[in-house]
Write a protein that binds this ligand. Sequence first.
Ligand code: DQA
Length: 145
Amino acid sequence: MTKSILVINGPNLNLLGTREPEIYGAETLDDIKDKMTEKAEGLDLSIDFRQSNVEGEIVNWIQEARENHDAIIINAGALTHTSVAIMDALLAVDTPTIEVHLSNIFKREEFRHHSYISGAAIGMITGFGAIGYLMAIDAAKNMLK
Ligand code: DQA
């Protein structure tokens, strides 16, 4: 049976393409969605791709993933560095999670060096731009074998 991956994008990632392109790249979130969907299809995976600027909505999606998805790929944006609620939701559902960041958060301001998501994730892909999302699909495929 085709396994389903929930892809969650947090605040401001809807602005990709125009938002600080020197840091986050020129690709839009729709570009990333299309590339992920194509790659996932080739690996017999399905992608449910979402973005929200609202922390509580992301918490709700994570809770629903327990029933509806086999893995989570998450770029929580700035909520990475602040949200105990998202970390707790990920720990509660126990759905294998891969953390992604476009930029290398460890090369940037100190406040970005800590991630609440990491404590609940299998691993993190950071600094490879949009390709990182595709790397995360490979990681998920391997994990779901
Ligand atoms: C980000 C890094 C975060 O620090 C930042 O707040 C973002 C994007 C990234 O993908 O590099 O919004 O998660």
